[in-house]
Design a protein around this ligand. Structure first.
Ligand code: GDP
Length: 424
């Protein structure tokens, strides 16, 4: 059984928290795209963990975790993340962590390029997280990248370094007039961080194919939401990879397999990190109140997130792109402090009402159309059954279900593992 857990919105929907919860039912959890440019926060009985690269299943001892070929891996960051989790008592070994030989390595010069470009853009920047993600994906498609499997044959790998460094310096020195990248530094970097990770590297596609044959339950975990997908998101304010569920089997190394289910993680209100159109955005006091209530600051960067009410237009589009069959609605408890709750039901463009998510250029001119629904104005964080939810909260869930055209199976009312309600 293959299930994808994907983000419906702009990211930070609480995917990490839902994967941590749902991973109980799965034998394998795979990450299939992206790098350390986003963070999942997971709180469970062992403490609070921020995961940038490792799949969320790493926090459950019996789950095998896979980092797929669609990922870009900063090996220094990964070594640090593994060390931090070990300090927290989490066991990590080649038994429960398998890294694809085909995954691409994010290099220090990719991070440098990302910073140089953001600095060059100054006021016009895209809001890159400066983790080298766009440059490394560019190198991948240029076919001038290093892959994890090469760490298993350092002698051969080191012979390739000088050529790549020479090519990279055409940009770093020639274009940006920065200090040159040095071959010996890159080799020393591989020595320090590559060797430590080599034991985890394998053909994860073969592992997953066999796991599937054995009837194991496999989960694919997305790192970013639909709106950040390179093709279907708000390009160019997107990530550099495919975040959608349909890409999961490819990015995980099993292109021959098909998904059985796609669970969309959708937040009870909207948040967006960085630049780009965000039609339903709140400003001023309204924004500050929601940001404070929701603790909306980026896990990887600490940046304050832009916030707004639930956006039906964008969410319906997100559900379509993800092919979501059921939804987990997160952070419902955050809306407890409102007597009335606003929802963005449509966009207005030149006096016309739009209900389908438009091409990005058009978004700039769209104004949100808000509707107000009744809030419940009481604490729901202790509710564990549908019957315990106040009538208005139940009505909010049903309203979103109908408006978005997808069943809401889970409602999350807190960050802790057990703080959720199974609706059916
Ligand atoms: P992700 O990248 O989609 O995993 O999302 P983040 O980890 O960036 O953001 C989700 C944040 O909200 C984390 O701090 C979670 O612990 C927290 N969280 C998730 N679900 C809930 C919920 O239902 N209620 C509350 N109060 N917090 C939640």
């Amino acid at each position: 059984m293959l299930t994808s857990i994907c983000g419906i919105n702009w990211g930070d929907e609480g995917k990490g928290r839902m994967v941590d919860l749902l991973s109980e039912k799965f034998d394998v959890v795979c990450r299939y795209q992206g790098g350390n440019n986003a963070g999942h926060t997971v709180i469970n009985e062992r403490g609070k963990f921020i995961l940038n690269l490792l799949p969320s299943g790493i926090l459950r001892e019996e789950v095998v975790n896979v980092m797929g070929p669609g990922m870009v891996i900063d090996i220094k960051h990964l070594c640090g993340e593994i060390a931090r989790l070990r300090e927290g008592g989490i066991k990590i070994s080649p038994e429960n962590l398998k890294i694809s030989d085909r995954a691409v390595i994010t290099m220090p010069y990719n991070v440098l390029q990302d910073c140089l470009e953001e600095d060059r853009l100054a006021g016009k920047k895209f809001g890159s997280t400066r983790r080298g993600i766009a440059p490394v994906y560019a190198d991948k498609y240029y076919k001038k990248a290093f892959r994890m499997g090469e760490l298993l044959n350092p002698e051969r790998l080191y012979k390739r370094v000088a050529d790549i460094v020479e090519w990279k310096n055409l940009t770093v020195v020639g274009g940006y007039k920065a200090e040159p990248v040095k071959t010996e530094d890159i080799i020393a970097y591989f020595e320090e961080f590559g060797k430590a990770l080599a034991p985890y590297v394998c053909d994860v596609g073969l592992y997953l194919t066999n796991a599937d044959k054995e009837g194991k339950n496999i989960m694919f975990e997305a790192q970013l939401g639909a709106m950040r997908d390179i093709d279907f998101g708000i390009h160019p304010y997107t990530s550099s990879s495919s975040t959608i569920a349909a890409y999961a089997p490819i990015g995980a190394g099993v292109p021959q397999l098909q998904l059985d289910n796609s669970i969309g993680i959708m937040k009870a209100y909207s948040t967006c990190v960085g630049e780009g159109p965000f039609t339903a955005e709140y400003f001023g006091e309204k924004a500050e109140k929601l940001r404070q209530l929701g603790g909306e600051y980026g896990a990887a960067t600490g940046r304050p997130r832009r916030v707004g009410p639930f956006d039906i237009v964008a969410s319906r589009y997100g559900i379509r792109c993800q092919g979501a069959k059921e939804i987990a609605l997160t952070k419902m408890d955050i809306l407890s402090g409102y007597e009335e709750i606003e929802v963005c039901v449509a966009y207005e463009l030149d006096g016309k009402i739009i209900e389908e998510f438009p091409f990005i250029d058009v978004l700039d001119d769209c104004k949100p159309v808000f509707k107000t629904v009744k809030g419940w104005n009481c604490d729901i964080s202790k509710c564990r059954k549908k019957e315990e939810l106040p009538k208005e909260a139940l009505e909010y869930v049903q309203y979103l279900e109908e408006a978005c055209g997808c069943k809401i199976k889970y409602v999350s009312v807190g960050a802790e593992r057990d703080a959720y309600i199974e609706m059916y």
